[in-house]
Design a protein around this ligand. Structure first.
Ligand SMILES: N[C@@H](CCC(=O)N[C@@H](CS)C(=O)NCC(=O)O)C(=O)O
Length: 189
């Protein structure tokens, strides 16, 4: 099976997929693309499996989970699974879209780049603040006592926030550093 991940510099949705691929030790090639050129909706990530292209990070992650269930990214307990999905959904559907380049440009065409950056930083910080009471209650992991896809979503959106100017938060910073190691990513501070 040949798996290619189409990514772009700074794409946190692509990082979700890359973290999962590395955690699951699935061999892949990565190709940096102009986001409009490969995915059907003009975004990255997309993956190609033996030439078949799949887009949308959540769909890709579900595929990878089914492809390689041994290194699972979901807890056994069904309530914990629901909590993991809740966190992923909040990051994917609430935090991420408002800071997406094309959505922000469409909705606020009057803003210059520095204003967009500031808005992104503020939005991500506010949302991460809302999210924090739902996290880290049983262990250093986002939900429960094992590494899950929620850890990936939380760690990479926190990292994204920092690049826009979101203020450092000790809990999220520790989480990011720990999760980077677990998923086979070097921590670059
Ligand atoms: N719902 C999509 C969102 C993908 C997305 O927003 N990708 C960003 C990078 S993280 C992108 O390609 N942005 C380019 C643009 O907005 O023009 C997913 O989860 O894969």
């Amino acid at each position: 099976m040949e798996l290619i991940l189409y990514s772009a510099d700074g794409s946190n949705c692509s990082q979700r997929v890359e973290w999962a691929l590395r955690y699951k030790k699935i061999p892949y090639k990565i190709q940096f693309e102009n986001s409009a050129s490969i995915g059907p909706y003009g975004y990255v990530p997309a993956i190609s499996i033996d030439g078949v292209v799949i887009s949308e990070s959540v769909a890709i992650l579900e595929f990878l989970e089914e492809l390689c269930p041994e290194s699972t990214l979901l807890p056994k307990d069904i309530l914990e699974r629901a909590k993991v999905r809740e966190v992923c959904e909040y990051v994917n559907s609430t935090i991420h879209p408002a800071q997406n380049r094309s959505i922000l440009s469409f909705l606020c065409p009057e803003l210059i780049e520095s204003e967009k950056k500031a808005l992104r930083a503020e939005w991500i910080e506010k949302c991460l603040c809302n999210l924090k009471p739902r996290l880290f209650s049983d262990s250093a992991f986002a939900i429960g006592k094992s590494f899950s896809v929620a850890d990936i979503f939380v760690a990479v959106i926190y990292q994204k926030g920092l690049t826009h100017g979101t203020r450092k938060d000790d809990n999220y910073a520790d989480h990011w550093a720990n999760m980077s190691k677990i998923s086979g990513h070097e921590v670059v501070v």
